[in-house]
Structure formats: structure tokens, C-alpha cells
Design a protein around this ligand. Structure first.
Ligand code: ADQ
Length: 759
């Protein structure tokens, strides 16, 4: 990305903290030359955006120097030290043996192709992946070494997708934002990526993740759901009480910088030269890195088609194609370069005359002045990538069309298309239509050109790169601030020593335990989530203590609970969220609401069945007091969407009844209002109100009814990290089992324990 001048505005205040920019490359480049080492500063688009923010916040930039050889060379070292002192640039020294696998391998041969939706071109190797992980670790170490409290870390792009989580683990309260400069592919393509779940988890360490377009953001959300089963809303992911903000915010350019360059004498001279050289010839311009994604062969073929279809234009139009070679080490790029060279030669050979070349091919970097001049004189720009995160060339062209005399032909597959509706949008694969678009552009009435260009210019001006940068930093700071707040509000981890002491001291204890997700993990089929012998042993131990009243309070049917736990002496069972209870002495099921008619079931069943028919993998379960639609085995996104639809259908249907629909974990359940877990608490404490230790544990929304009714001096434990009314939390069911094993172990005297074990 090249910077063409800069104008600073909308820079956030320094109180947002010191900015730490992290990107694969630094804006500095180190190259080996014959006499030693050469250092140069690149003025890329990213540097344009970052510089004012870095100046203002006293920030630093961390990145790779571009060279990993001769680490100990004193001259090289002194250059890197100078970068640190004078440029605030800190070089990450990547070990030479991982550079290839990290950069050419996983970054550019795997991620680049897949994220640009070319699954047929990508390569994957486990050793590249390992190098990618190691490189991200090297970046993490560099960030950790430099990080100061209050810093705001902005991580850029696909080379560093594991870094947010790595930093989060090393510095839990770090403020982290991530921006993806390339597209995020549809979930179908993303799923092809080996190590896809690690990549997603890596990103989730950030407080704020931003993409160029809503389409990419949606693709990311849908991949999260399909790959990791993580739900999100339009603008955030709730990972328990931690929230990650999401946004689509396209990068811009520095348009006023281009205006300044255009006014310079040198640029005006180049413009005059172009005009003289191409008098009477219409000019088309293309500016690209030579990359598969940029659609160069397709563009050249479309131009060839245009010349074939418009014979009278031969000799009167020239395409100036600027193309900088890139990634020459990847074989597919070498082939591409060759293909482009051949096409140019072939088209010039076929149509060219001694006085006219249809294509002027410039395989080099242009200066800012040359580039601005070229944009200024071109009658139309051909920006026709097959896929592009954003594309800055489209915006640069517009920025140089102050007189409105030009037409932008833009691929619908460039992110920029989302906000550049006044361009002539084309499908780059449709040679014929691109050729027609060129004709249309070259014959467009001046008034129409001006109108379209004015609208485009206004937007390029408003959404410039400084606004983008400032907004990103502000949003990251806001997201991190709200994380810090929810961190403070959220239930604390269960203090194990304290609860053990309270348990030990108590004379009469009530223990209410949910089953699925609390004592066992979730299985694909509900019938597979059976209790382990270990769990049964723990429950047996805890229930056997004469001081304990222990209840399994589950949404399961009576039959499940009876089959699994019916033989454990002294264990109470509450099925269907407390609609029915089994006393361990009488061993009979009773309901606090006997003889409830179930004539409601037929109508509701039909509705649920209709949804089950539409959703492969889902089914309806009938219980005594409720009906449940389960969709754990269905396509997660479709299932989620239908669950929301079903809920709203049921809300209307059940509005004036004693029934309610509740959305559980991969299910929607219709049950009677009174059948809830708080009812179990009421029943257990009705005759014996004098418990001096009360514990309720659960992971689900139905457990919240119970938590709400537990008194202030009780132990309420949410399993997982969702929002909850519980005072404490544990990470997962394994931690819960461990707790129960400890409590029962500490409470049961050794002698009694062996008696229980021998039963
Ligand atoms: P790139 O793939 O590099 O960037 P692009 O957005 O087009 O693509 O930026 C290229 C930049 O390089 C432009 O500023 C252009 O002027 C400059 N450039 C190209 N060839 C040049 C030449 N020969 N001489 C001088 N300058 C030249 C990635 C993503 C994009 C996304 C950007 C920013 O692939 O989709 O827009 O990041 O987020």
C-alpha cells in the first residue's frame, strides 16, 4: 500500500493510551546490499493511517524487519537500534528457519488463497502451520516485552490471527483490537481450512474485531457458529460475560494528500507529458500488485474483446497497466507473471501498429507524482479484481478526479464495491460485459460522469483513512472499557476453600444439582449423555451423608433419572424442571400440580413437528409435562434461525395460556409455567426450613429460576461463563465433579467412606 501524501484529522486524544501497532511488516525495510545493509522507510497506506495516531499517543510499531539473516551482524544491529530510538519501530527477529513456512507457507499459500475464496489453489502443510504458530509466538513475546499498562494494541491482518488470544493469555487485561485487511470467506470455504478452529479462537482474544464490509463480518459470524458453535449478534460476541465487539469499517485513503500531490509542479509536468504523448487517445489505467486475486489475465482478455468488438477504437485507446511483481517465490505467481507477459505480448502483437501500442505495460513501482498524474489523465480506471478485501486503487483514482472527468469500472468482488455504488460495477469473469463496460465508460456523457464522480468523491473524502484509524482506536478502547466493567460485575470463581469450610461446619445441608452440562457434558444425542461410574460414586457418597439432602433437579423425564439414579439411596430426584419429584424413601413420583390436563399438547406438537420436518437432524421429544424440539444435530445456523422463528410463533400462540416456550441449549421447550426449578426449592424447604448450608448448581437458563429464589447466604454456582444470577461460577462440569468429590471426601469420615464404598 502506497501513501500519497497525508493530511491529519480526527486524531483521538492521548488519553486513549499509547498505541502499539503490530503488523507483519514494519514501515521500515532492511535489505542486504553489497556494502552491508540498507534501511528505508516505506510510506504505505497503513503507515499513513498509523503515523498521526502514533505521533499523538507516543506509540510504537512492532513488526518484522523483512530480513532474518545475520542476526548478530553489528551493522544490522545498529540499524535496528536506530529504528527503535528514532522511528519508534521495534523489529521482531523471526528465527530464519520459520520465516518461509510462516510467510510464504501458511500466510500466503494457505490463508491468502482460502480467504480470497480460491480453495482450489491453497496448499497446507503441518510444518507451515507450526511455523505460523511459532511466528505468532515470537510476535507475542515482542509485544509482551514492550507492553505497558494502559497501552492499546492494534493487530493487523491475516499473518497474525493467533496473536490476540496469545496476548490475552499473557496479559489478561490488555486492550486489543484486530483488523482484517483481506476478505473473510463464506463459512463453506472457511471450513476447508485445516486448523480453522484454532484460527478462530486466536481472534477471540481481541476486545474488538473489525472487517472492511458487512459481508465479511457476516461470514465470520457464521463460521464461528458452524465451526466453534459460538453464537453472536450483529455487533458482538458474548463469550460468557466477556464481550467482543464486531464492526464493519472499510479502510480509506488520504484524499487530500492526493490533491496536494496533484498541485505540485512536478506532477503537473508529468500530466503535461502524458497529455502530449497520448493526444487523441483515450486512456485506461490499471494499477496492481501482480497477484492471482487482482484478475490481470481476465482484465487483459476483456480489453482484447473490447478491441475486437470495437474496431473503430483501435488506435484510439491505450491501457496503461502498472503491475509490481510480488511473491515471486510462490510457483503459482511465477506462472501468473508469465501468463500476463504473454497476453500483453500477444495483444500488442495482434492489434498494435508502429504508432500505437494497445497496452503499455509498466512492471515497476511508480512514484507518488507519477501515479497521481496517471490517475488524473486516465479516462477510466479498470479495477477488476476477482476478489479483494477493499482495494485502495479505486479510491485513489476517485481522489485524483477533482474535475469529475473519469469513470471507475469496479469489480463487484472488491470490498470497495459496497460503498462505491456509482462506479460501473462488473463481474470480472464476464469478459463480454467487461468489454461493454469499457465502451460505456468511454462514451459516457460528461454530465453523467461528473455526477457519478462527485458522489464517489464525497464519500472518499468523508471516509478517509484518518477517520478509519481514529474510529478503530476509539472502538477498541470502548470495548475494552466495557470488558473491564463486566469483569468487575461478573460472578467470581467459586472460592473452594471457603465453601469447603462452610460445608464442613454445617449440620444440615441442601444440595440442588442440575444434570446436563453440570454433572455431565453435552452429547450429540440426549440419550448418550449417561452418567459415568465416577459421577454415580460421587453422588452416592454425598447423598449418603446423613447431614445432606441431595436433589438432582433436571429437565429430563422421570424415566431417565429413575433409570440412572433410582438405585442411589437417599438421593432425591426432580424431573421435568421440578414438575415431578421422587422421595428417596417412598420412591414414588409426586407432582405439586396433580391431574393437569394435557390437551394442550396436540396443537403444540403439530407446530413443533412442522419445524422438525423442515430441519434435518432435529426431532420432538414428548415428556409428561412438556414438549421439546431438539436441534443439536442440525446445521447450527439454520437450527438457530428456526429456533428464533419457532420461539416467536410460540410466544403468540401461548400468550394467554399457562404454557411458556423457553430456548435452552440447542432446544426449544414448551412447558407449564409452574413447572420450574424454584418450585423444588420451595418443596424442599417447606417442611424443613432450617438448612444451614444451601448449594444450587446449574448451567442453563432454567437454573436461573432457582438461583433467583435462593437466599443471600447460600452458594449459587453457574457452570460456564454466561450471564447469570448466581454468585459464583465454575468453568465446566469437570470442575463441578471435582468440587463434589472434594466435599464428599472431606465431609465423610474415612471409616464411613469405606462402608459406603462396600455397599
Ligand atoms: P493490497 O492487496 O496491496 O492490500 P490495494 O488495496 O489495491 O491492495 O493497495 C495497493 C496499493 O499499492 C495502492 O495504494 C496502490 O496505489 C499501490 N500500488 C500498487 N501498484 C503500484 C505501483 N506499481 N506503483 C506504486 N504504487 C502501487 C491489502 C488488501 C486490499 C486492501 C488493503 C488495505 O488486499 O484489499 O484494500 O490491504 O486494507
Amino acid at each position: 500500500m502506497e501513501n500519497k501524501g497525508q493530511t491529519k484529522k480526527d486524531v483521538p486524544n492521548a488519553d486513549l493510551g499509547r498505541l502499539v501497532v503490530v503488523s507483519n511488516r514494519l514501515p521500515m525495510t532492511l535489505t542486504k546490499v553489497r556494502s552491508g545493509w540498507k534501511s528505508s522507510r516505506s510510506t504505505g497506506g497503513l503507515a499513513t493511517a498509523m503515523d498521526p495516531l502514533l505521533d499523538r499517543t507516543g506509540g510504537i510499531w512492532i513488526g518484522w524487519s523483512g530480513d532474518s539473516s545475520a542476526k548478530n551482524d553489528p551493522q544490522r544491529q545498529s540499524i535496528l537500534e536506530e529504528w527503535r530510538e528514532k522511528e519508534n519501530c521495534i523489529a521482531v527477529d523471526l528465527p530464519p528457519d520459520i520465516v518461509k513456512g510462516y510467510y510464504e507457507g501458511f500466510s500466503n499459500a494457505t490463508l491468502w488463497f482460502l480467504f480470497h475464496s480460491f480453495p482450489g489453489l491453497f496448499n497446507f502443510s503441518t510444518s507451515d502451520w507450526r511455523d505460523y504458530v511459532r511466528a505468532n509466538e515470537a510476535f507475542r513475546d515482542a509485544v509482551v516485552a514492550e507492553h505497558r499498562p494502559g497501552d492499546l494494541v492494534w493487530i493487523h491482518d491475516y499473518q497474525l490471527m493467533l496473536l490476540p488470544q496469545m496476548i490475552r493469555e499473557a496479559i489478561p487485561d490488555a486492550r486489543i483490537g484486530f483488523f482484517l485487511h483481506i476478505p473473510f470467506p463464506s463459512s463453506d470455504v472457511f471450513r476447508v481450512l485445516p486448523r480453522r478452529d484454532e484460527v478462530l479462537k486466536g481472534l477471540l482474544g481481541a476486545d474488538y474485531i473489525s472487517f472492511h464490509t458487512h459481508r465479511y463480518l457476516q461470514n465470520f459470524r457464521s463460521s464461528l457458529l458452524r465451526v466453534n458453535g459460538i453464537r453472536s449478534s450483529m455487533d458482538r460476541i458474548s463469550l460468557g460475560s466477556r464481550q467482543i465487539r464486531l464492526e464493519a469499517q472499510p479502510i480509506g485513503i488520504a484524499p487530500l494528500g492526493f490533491r496536494d500531490i496533484l498541485e505540485q509542479e512536478k506532477t503537473q509536468e508529468i500530466i503535461a507529458e502524458f497529455r502530449e504523448k497520448y493526444t487523441g487517445v483515450k486512456l485506461l489505467v490499471g494499477v496492481d500488485r501482480i497477484d492471482i486475486t487482482k484478475g490481470l489475465p481476465e482484465r487483459l482478455k476483456a480489453f482484447r474483446r473490447f478491441l475486437t468488438k470495437n474496431r473503430r477504437m483501435q488506435g484510439k485507446v491505450t491501457l496503461i497497466q502498472v503491475a509490481v511483481p510480488s511473491r515471486g517465490n510462490i510457483p503459482r505467481y511465477k506462472e501468473l507473471q508469465q501468463e500476463v507477459d504473454e497476453l500483453v505480448g500477444q495483444i500488442n502483437g495482434r492489434f498494435g501498429t508502429p504508432a500505437w501500442s494497445p497496452i503499455v505495460y509498466m512492471r515497476r513501482n511508480l512514484s507518488h507524482e507519477e501515479l497521481a498524474a496517471l490517475y488524473a489523465v486516465a479516462d477510466a480506471a479498470l479495477v477488476t479484481p476477482l476478489r479483494d478485501g477493499q482495494n485502495l486503487v479505486a479510491k485513489e483514482y476517485v481522489a485524483c478526479k477533482l474535475d469529475g472527468d473519469g469513470v471507475l469500472i469496479l469489480s463487484e468482488f472488491a470490498g470497495a464495491a459496497a460503498e462505491m455504488g456509482e462506479a460501473i460495477q462488473i463481474n470480472p469473469y464476464d469478459e463480454d460485459r467487461v468489454a461493454s463496460a469499457i465502451s460505456r465508460a468511454l462514451s459516457m456523457p460528461a454530465e453523467e460522469k461528473r455526477e457519478r464522480m462527485a458522489a464517489l468523491y464525497k464519500r472518499v473524502l468523508r471516509n478517509d483513512v484518518f477517520t478509519w484509524g481514529a474510529r478503530f482506536v476509539r472502538n477498541t478502547a470502548d470495548a475494552a472499557a466495557s470488558r473491564a466493567k463486566t469483569d468487575a460485575d461478573r460472578p467470581q470463581r467459586l472460592p473452594r476453600a471457603e465453601i469447603a469450610a462452610a460445608y464442613e461446619k454445617a449440620a444440615k445441608r441442601l444440595i440442588l444439582l442440575d444434570y446436563d452440562g453440570t454433572l455431565v457434558g453435552y452429547a450429540q444425542r440426549a440419550t448418550d449423555a449417561v452418567p459415568t461410574p465416577e459421577l454415580k460414586k460421587i453422588l452416592r457418597d454425598i447423598a449418603a451423608d446423613p447431614r445432606n439432602s441431595t436433589v438432582i433437579v433436571s429437565g429430563r423425564a422421570k424415566s431417565d433419572l429413575e433409570r440412572w439414579f433410582g438405585k442411589i439411596p437417599d438421593l432425591w430426584l426432580a424431573a421435568e424442571h421440578g414438575a415431578v419429584m421422587r422421595n428417596p424413601v417412598q420412591k414414588e413420583w409426586t407432582s405439586s400440580h396433580p391431574n393437569v390436563p394435557d390437551n394442550w399438547k396436540k396443537e403444540v406438537f403439530e407446530v413443533l413437528e412442522h419445524f422438525a420436518d423442515r430441519t434435518p437432524g432435529s426431532y420432538v421429544e414428548e415428556k409428561e409435562f412438556s414438549l421439546v424440539w431438539h436441534y443439536r444435530m442440525s446445521d447450527p445456523e439454520f437450527g438457530e434461525w428456526l429456533a428464533n422463528e419457532l420461539n416467536s410463533t410460540l410466544d403468540e400462540l401461548l400468550a394467554d395460556t399457562q404454557l411458556r416456550a423457553i430456548q435452552g441449549r440447542k432446544n426449544v421447550e414448551v412447558k407449564l409455567i409452574w413447572a420450574n426449578k424454584a418450585d423444588v426449592l420451595a418443596q424442599m424447604t417447606h417442611d424443613e426450613p432450617d438448612f444451614d448450608f444451601m448449594l444450587a448448581a446449574g448451567d442453563d437458563t432454567t437454573d436461573e429460576d432457582l438461583f433467583e429464589k435462593m437466599g443471600p447466604d447460600t452458594w449459587t454456582v453457574h457452570i460456564g461463563s454466561e450471564n447469570t444470577l448466581a454468585r459464583y461460577r465454575l468453568r465446566d462440569y469437570r470442575e463441578m465433579l471435582d468440587l463434589l468429590a472434594n466435599l464428599s471426601g472431606s465431609a465423610v469420615p474415612e471409616k464411613a467412606k469405606s462402608v459406603i464404598a462396600s455397599r
